[in-house]
Structures are given as structure tokens and as C-alpha cells.
Design a protein around this ligand. Structure first.
Ligand code: GLN
Length: 487
């Protein structure tokens, strides 16, 4: 256990703040100092504003002194993926297209965290427009994995995972369209939760693929993830796919719900391409649950082999439509070399978007084009239903599924030059998005060379309480949360 405040959990810090053993200003100063000390090596942030953070911290301290503290998050510095809007702060999606854009409004999750008293801290690096699995597709250069600076932190929310692992924030927010919270959480040794589609409002999240995108927390522990989820979840009339459902107290729930649970092991998730050290660590996780009296059952998700293809049709189709708004007219990069209006559209987009974003727009435009729509997009939607039905069928027999989060541990920066090699990083996470389910990655060990490994638990729609309780049971019995990178 470390006594450094920047490596403590929300639960620990909230207790220290309430007991007046620590102030939010001191905590925020410690996080700022840590960030300045390691950021030259980690590069998790696109930008941060320490004056603004300290002003928020001081308001929190004043509230607490007046006996008006708003709960566990009051005074806790939380970093934001640079795709979630905060009034008056840059919002770039790590793209040249939005390099100079400042958000005029707050995302719903931002409003909710501000209302909970959190200190909104820093804009975190990511793959451009959330397209990627390594944070190498950032116009601002890559983020390094704090466990090995020559390696990627995963992506697309790589800055969110790395900042937390390096002690540059107490929790962070990311977005997950095909694995972008869970995969970097696994590669950086932290907890990452992708909520059920519709549980957390997408209002104020820069859209990538709207039927798949979901905001969620990165945290040091499952309990901390439960605290942040409780603050950001809930119906929002400004997101048309937001779902009306009662929001339980996840933090209380995760301690009250006890197993044994019935857990499913999807056989398709343990095949070719899975790193043997990861397979062994996940097997040990399964053995732990078995030892706790859980019933372990092999299950099948027969359409798994179509997940990647289905995702890359649907996600690119939606991206091509969502990214049409960046035309150089209303906001974003505008070319200075255009001869007429059509040339302005062409050049602004050619200059503003990076290679991977262009690849996705071209692919998405193609699958939606007349003559190909039925063959690709419509068919992908049908396969998506089959994929969802596979998962729902398993939930007739089991409470949750256990799988690896990522087929490989953190790889070297620059190692995967071929886009298809990178797409394979998400084979275990994409199905969850296509099916709209909640998924969480929890640390479950290290490779021999000291790289973190994550296990993924997949739950039933809107049953985050149960998913968190299952993850918490494992976490409590293991010491991974008390290991920190030597930076
Ligand atoms: N790596 C996947 C992609 O590149 C998923 C990204 C995400 O979840 N935002 O599309």
C-alpha cells in the first residue's frame, strides 16, 4: 500500500477529506505535482488547467467546511477523455480538425460530476475520434504505458488509462465503442467499466458510432468504479437512446450482493491468437470463482467469428455520417488554400483528419452507398441481432460471462503498423458493444515481464450491480490493486 495521495482510491480519499486529514486543495496539488513529474514520460494529457482545478478544489473545501459536502466525489480530481465536453475547455478528440475548438457547453456526465463536487481535471489523450486500440492514432503523438514506457497503453482511451495508472488523476472517464475503456484498462492494470448501452447519457460526447458509444469510468478499484458510475448514470432527455431505469446505489449494492454466481465461459473466447500468459491468468481467475462455490459452465457464442466484420461495417457507417459535420464551415479546421466552396470541403477534411479516420470514413461511405447498403450495412444489422441473441441465450443459464479482455498484453509503440493487426485487439470486447451489454475489465495478474493482464466480466443489460459485485468479490481476494508502476 502506498501513502501517496495520488495513488489512493476515491473511497480512501473521501474518508480522509471527511475526517479533515486532507483538503481537496492539497490532494489536487499532489495530483498536479505528480502530473508535472511524470507527464514528460507518459504523455497522457492533451491539456490541463491547474488554476481552474485548484479553484474547484478550493470551492469543494469551502463546501465541506460549511458541512455541505456532496458525497464521496466532492473534491476528487477526475480526468476526462478529450471527447467529453466541458464548458470553456478544449475539446479536440486528439484531431487536428478540432485543434482550436473550445467547448461552449457541458456534457451531461460533466454536469453530473460537477454537481457531485468532483474536480474536473485535464483533457486526456486518445486515438483520433476514438478510432484505434493503441492511442498511436493521436494528432498529438502517442501516450506511453506507465508499466513500460516503450509500450502502448491501449486505446482508444489510452490517456485515461495511463493517467490513472501513473497517479495523474484519482479516476478518469473514457468512452467505449468497441473496447476503448476495457482494453486500455487491461493493458494499464486498472479497472475499466463499459456500462449498458443507454445507461449513461451520450449528450456532449463527440460521436463516433452512436449505436455503440458509451461513456464509462476508469478507477483503481471496483468500488471506485461503482461510485463514479452512480454519479454519471441516469435518464437524460437530451440523449434519445437514454433509458429510463431506476439507478441503484451501486456502491452499497456491490457489498450486499453475495454469490455464489453461475458464470459462463464462452469457448470461442479462448481460441487461437490468445497469449498463453493471459489465458493462464484468466484460467486462475475462473478457478478462484470455482473455489468460492460458483458454478462454472462452458457456453457458446456461435456468431463470435462475425463480430469484427459486423463492427467494422456498422461503426464505420455511423462514423461516416457523424463525421460529415466537420466541413470547415461551422467549426473545426478550415483550409486556407481552397479555391471555391467544394474545394474548401475537400481540403479542410483532407488536412484536418488523420489516416485512420479517413480510412473509416471511406469504408463507411462505401457500405452505405446505393447498391451496397443491403449487401453490407443491412446485413451487418441482421448479424448484429444474431450476436446479441447469442449473449441473451447464455444468460438464461448463467449470471455473467468471464473472458480475457485483450488477446495480448501491451505491445511496443510502432509494432502494429498494419491496421488489421490493430483491429484484432478488440476481438473479445466488440461483441459486448454490438449486444449493448455492460462489461468490466479487472486486473488479474501480470506477465513474466511485468505487464498487466485484465479479465473481462460481461453482464446482463442494466444489471451493473451484479456485475460489479462479481468483480468486487475477485478483487477483494487479490492484491493487484496495490501494485503500482515504477515510474
Ligand atoms: N479499437 C476499436 C476501434 O478502433 C474500438 C474503439 C473504441 O471503442 N472507441 O474502432
Amino acid at each position: 500500500m502506498t501513502s501517496e495521495p495520488f495513488y489512493q482510491t476515491i473511497a480512501q480519499l473521501a474518508a480522509a477529506l471527511d475526517a479533515k486529514r486532507l483538503s481537496s486543495v492539497d490532494l489536487t496539488k499532489a495530483v498536479i505535482a505528480r502530473t508535472k513529474a511524470v507527464e514528460g514520460r507518459v504523455h497522457a494529457f492533451n491539456s490541463f488547467d491547474e488554476t481552474d482545478a485548484l479553484a474547484q478544489a478550493s470551492s469543494s473545501d469551502a463546501r465541506r467546511a460549511a458541512g455541505q459536502a456532496r458525497g464521496a466525489l466532492d473534491g476528487i480530481p477526475i480526468g476526462f477523455k478529450d471527447v467529453i465536453a466541458v464548458t470553456g475547455q478544449p475539446l479536440t478528440a486528439s484531431s487536428k480538425m478540432l485543434a482550436n475548438f473550445v467547448s461552449p457547453y457541458d456534457a451531461t456526465v460533466t454536469t453530473k460530476l460537477k454537481n457531485a463536487g468532483a474536480v474536473v481535471w485535464g483533457r486526456l489523450n486518445m486515438d483520433e475520434f476514438a478510432m484505434g486500440s493503441s492511442t498511436e492514432n493521436s494528432a498529438n503523438g502517442p501516450t506511453s504505458n506507465p508499466w513500460d514506457l516503450t509500450r502502448v497503453p491501449g486505446g482508444s482511451s489510452g490517456g485515461s488509462a495511463a493517467a490513472l495508472a501513473a497517479g495523474e488523476a484519482i479516476a478518469t472517464l473514457g468512452s467505449d465503442t468497441g473496447g476503448s475503456i476495457r482494453q486500455p484498462a487491461a493493458l494499464c492494470g486498472v479497472v475499466g467499466l463499459k456500462p449498458t448501452y443507454g445507461l449513461v447519457s451520450r449528450f456532449g460526447l463527440i460521436a463516433f458510432a452512436s449505436s455503440l458509444d458509451q461513456i464509462g469510468p476508469f478507477a483503481r478499484t471496483v468500488e471506485d468504479a461503482a461510485i463514479v458510475l452512480g454519479a454519471i448514470a441516469g435518464y437524460d432527455e437530451r440523449d434519445s437512446t437514454s433509458f429510463q431505469t431506476e439507478i441503484p446505489d451501486y456502491r452499497v449494492d456491490l457489498k450486499q450482493r453475495q454469490g455464489p454466481w453461475k458464470l459462463g465461459i464462452p469457448k470461442e473466447y479462448f481460441g487461437e491468437g490468445l497469449d498463453p500468459e493471459i489465458a493462464a491468468a484468466v484460467e486462475r481467475t475462473i478457478a478462484f470463482y470455482k473455489g468460492q462455490g460458483c458454478e462454472i459452465k462452458e457456453v457458446s457464442l456461435p456468431h463470435t467469428q462475425y463480430c469484427l466484420d459486423t463492427y467494422y461495417v456498422i461503426a464505420t457507417a455511423e462514423a461516416s455520417s457523424n463525421l460529415a459535420r466537420y466541413d470547415g464551415i461551422r467549426y473545426g479546421h478550415r483550409s486556407q488554400n481552397a479555391s471555391d466552396i467544394v474545394d474548401l470541403y475537400f481540403k479542410s477534411r483532407a488536412e484536418g483528419f488523420g489516416a485512420e479516420v479517413k480510412r473509416r470514413i471511406i469504408l463507411g461511405t462505401y457500405v452505405l452507398s446505393s447498391g451496397y447498403y443491403d449487401a453490407y450495412y443491412l446485413r451487418a444489422q441482421k448479424v448484429r441481432t444474431l450476436i446479441r441473441n447469442d449473449f441473451l441465450a447464455t444468460f438464461r443459464d448463467v449470471d455473467a460471462l468471464i473472458t480475457p479482455t485483450s488477446p495480448m498484453p501491451a505491445f511496443k509503440i510502432g509494432e502494429k503498423a498494419d491496421p488489421l493487426a490493430l483491429y484484432l485487439c478488440d476481438i473479445y470486447t466488440i461483441g459486448v458493444n454490438l449486444a449493448g451489454l455492460p462489461g468490466i475489465s479487472v486486473p488479474c495478474g501480470f506477465t513474466k515481464s511485468g505487464l498487466p493482464i485484465g479479465a473481462q466480466l460481461i453482464g446482463q443489460p442494466f444489471r451493473e450491480s451484479e456485475l460489479l459485485a462479481i468483480a468486487h468479490a475477485y478483487e477483494q481476494a487479490h492484491d493487484w490493486k496495490n501494485k503500482f508502476p515504477a515510474l
